[in-house]
Design a protein around this ligand. Structure first.
Ligand code: ASP
Ligand code: MG
Length: 407
């Protein structure tokens, strides 16, 4: 019998019926003899709705007040879930982030957990309580409530699992686990039985949308046993762990990310130091750059193109335009009509030819590649946004990913 941290996302607690369903699962784990800590997100679209409401009142509301507001969604969930568990006759107590000892920094809206004082949670577990903790929130040294960034309840769960030295951290969602591609795009996408932290990290940051990035980083750092599974059935889900089946499988999954914009800085001088100047200006503004291409110099100038997240586009253009003299560019343009399609797999390190296979799949599908980037376990290409779904399907097919997953 061990200590289990279970996290239920917004869709798993979206309405009364779903809350009762979750309560049943929580009670089952408790009756099996486990110590159970549960983390919940806000119900359904609550967080989005609260943001809309705030914007109606003041689109420039301070981030402190936004956190005060957004943290209420999770507070509703912990209370309702606890009431549902009470109804099943199990001892239970709900805790806010503050009560659970989750201390964060003061970066309102995107705070990082700094420390967890586990005393209260352990005390409640010793009293044989099921402990239900509000996800996505912490408190800072000014005694203010903070939130951990959208999707942050995953991070709450993994951080608690690490701090409590839990035997297992189960992330419950409305899909059966991690898939080889988005099942809405690729019909024969299969569920993966396991995946490595690094692969999962790549897939998450590529828009696979299963786990909060930071939660995976943390799981890797503290070696948390993590499993992603459905709250709606008994399917065993996907285990996220240190190493997967590295030798056998080249490519684990294909992901698509439409949240990107391409910026081209045209006619910069072809001399040392230009790229340094450009990208250090962006780094100073905390803008992350992803794919980069520098054209071969013609005459005395060259072009540098790169991608940023759509949300960073306006700031990126501002920074460049403000410094256009310093960078020595003639012009800058942008487009947000692209999508990034990526394959991920720890097995590609030792296997040349994976990139060629991906490009062949795209060629056969008559899809033009605008930019390419590679890392040890990932290859990403930039394609026209209207080609993206076809590209995902073509690549998925090429690597026979329909066969590696289970269904
Ligand atoms: N409720 C928050 C959000 O929607 C946190 C979470 O769901 O993990 O982003
Ligand atoms: Mg959510």
């Amino acid at each position: 019998m061990g200590l289990i941290v279970q996290k239920y996302g917004g869709s798993s607690v979206a309405n009364t019926e779903r809350i009762l369903n979750v309560a049943g699962r929580v009670a089952d784990a408790y009756k099996e003899g486990h110590s159970v800590v549960v983390v919940v997100s806000a119900q359904g679209d609550t967080t989005d709705d609260l943001i809309v409401k705030a914007n109606e009142i003041n689109p420039n509301a301070s981030r402190r007040e936004m956190d005060m507001l957004l943290s209420t969604g999770e507070q509703i969930s912990v209370a309702l879930l606890s009431m549902a568990v009470e109804r099943l006759g199990c001892p239970v107590i709900s805790l806010t982030g503050y009560q659970a000892g989750i201390m964060s920094d003061s970066n309102y809206g995107n705070a990082r957990i700094k420390n967890i004082d586990t005393e209260r949670i352990f005390r409640e577990l010793d009293r044989k309580n099921i402990v239900v903790v509000a996800g996505f929130q912490g408190w800072n040294r000014f005694d203010d409530i903070t939130t951990l960034g959208r999707g942050g309840s995953d991070t709450t769960a993994v951080a608690l699992a690490a701090a409590l030295k839990a035997d297992l951290c189960e992330i419950y969602t409305d899909v059966d686990g991690v898939f080889t591609a988005d099942p809405r795009i690729v019909k024969n996408a299969g569920k993966l039985d396991d995946i490595s932290y690094d692969e999962m990290l790549e897939l998450a940051s590529l828009g696979a949308n299963v786990l909060h990035n930071r939660s995976i980083e943390m799981a890797k750092k503290y070696n948390v046993n993590l499993v992603v599974r459905s709250s709606l059935n008994k399917s065993p889900g996907t285990i996220v762990k240190e190493v997967g089946n590295v030798e056998k499988i080249l490519v684990r999954g294909v992901a698509r990310d439409n949240n990107i914009a391409r910026v081209a800085v045209i006619g910069v001088e072809d001399k040392p130091g230009i790229a340094f100047r450009l990208f250090s200006l962006l780094a100073k503004e905390k803008i992350s750059v992803d794919l980069i291409i520098q054209s071969i110099g013609r005459d005395t100038t060259k072009d540098i193109s790169f991608t940023v997240a759509k949300g960073d586009l306006t700031r990126t253009l501002e920074v460049i335009n403000r410094n256009i003299g310093l960078i020595g560019a003639k012009d800058v343009n942008y487009s947000d009509k692209y999508s990034k399609v990526s394959i991920v797999g720890a097995g590609m390190v030792n296997n040349p030819g994976v990139a060629a296979m991906m490009f062949e799949a795209l060629y056969d599908a008559d899809i033009n590649i605008h930019m390419i980037t590679t890392s040890e376990i990932k290859i990403s290409v930039l394609v026209d946004i209207q080609d993206a779904e076809r590209a995902v399907a073509a690549v998925h097919d090429k690597f026979n990913l329909g066969e590696i997953g289970s269904r």
